[in-house]
Design a protein around this ligand. Structure first.
Ligand code: G1P
Length: 281
């Protein structure tokens, strides 16, 4: 099968940077305007042709399941009123795909969260969206761009963007050789041969940082099973991908579009202002 149909959303983290807002509400449910972050991610996956959403949750995340389900009481209350239109978008999301969930019992890092999702993914290539990286592109979403790239190259793909050198310790940072491909903008594809999780600026192999969009082939699960805890004592997807990169199976892609780091208050406010202005125009 060539097309990516499944999208994994690691959503078990605590969201400590948004306390106290995230004390009882999952950070993935914080809204930019009226829509939770996670719904933006799901819509991006649907636009890319995916129909199976696999969500790795944790304790205290039940509102995620309720969000992607019918609320009969609410439907009953607003049926036939002017407010019904507010539900149009979420209804079409629910109709367009299925949702399945598994819980990450212990927080042992992003790599561990992805491995926890294996039970929902099985033996096929899949996308990963970190919902707190909110992406926007008027014409073609980032996942749609990456899916098309996967169909051509059939290997793992990470979305990257250029960062200020002093920010390297917030990201996975990659290095590699430019791939010449006439269908893509110059220097936008890199065959990765090195990647480091959150290096200090002096140790960063480049200024290309991974943002929260990945396409992974299912052999990543075996690699993750054998990946030792790395940065912060956690099992890092960056370390597992480095193993794949060593055998030439990872491409980094400088995507077209905007990305907001909604895991930080600054990025969240920027995203809110951007979508508000977009909505008004
Ligand atoms: C994770 C990854 C990191 C990546 C980042 C993108 O870090 O570990 O490699 O660059 O997402 O947002 P986190 O933001 O979960 O600390």
């Amino acid at each position: 099968m060539n097309k990516i149909k499944k999208c994994l959303f690691p959503a078990a983290g605590y969201g400590t940077r948004f306390l106290p807002a995230t004390k009882a509400i999952p950070k993935e449910m914080l809204p930019v305007l009226t829509k939770p972050l996670l719904q933006y991610g799901v819509e991006e996956a649907i636009e890319a042709g995916m129909d199976t959403m696999a969500i790795v949750t944790g304790r205290g995340k039940r509102s995620i399941e309720d969000h992607f389900d019918i609320s009969y009481e609410l439907e009953h209350q607003i049926k036939g009123t002017a407010k019904e239109s507010y539900l149009t978008e979420i209804r079409s999301v629910i109709n367009a795909c299925t949702f399945s969930y598994t819980r990450q019992v212990e927080m042992k890092g992003l790599g561990h969260a992805i491995l926890t999702g294996e039970t929902l993914i099985g033996n096929e290539a899949f996308a990963v969206v970190l919902a707190d990286d909110l992406c926007d592109n008027e014409e073609k979403g980032v996942l749609k761009q990456m899916s098309a790239l996967y169909e051509k190259y059939k290997c793992c793909i990470v979305a990257v963007e250029e960062i200020a050198p002093e920010d390297s310790n917030k990201y996975g940072v990659i290095a590699g050789d430019v791939v010449k491909d006439a269908s893509y903008a110059k220097n936008s594809l890199v065959r990765v041969n090195d990647m480091v999780e959150k290096p200090e600026p002096k140790d960063a192999p480049s200024n290309l940082a991974i943002i929260g969009r990945y396409i992974l082939t299912p052999d990543i699960f075996d690699v993750l099973r054998n990946t030792k805890p790395g940065k912060g004592g956690e099992i890092q997807i960056t370390d597992a991908l480095l193993e794949m990169a060593k055998i030439g199976k990872v491409i980094a892609y400088k995507f077209d579009g905007k990305r907001f780091d909604c895991g930080s208050v600054d990025g969240f406010v920027e995203a809110t202002n951007y979508f508000y202005a977009k909505d008004k125009s």
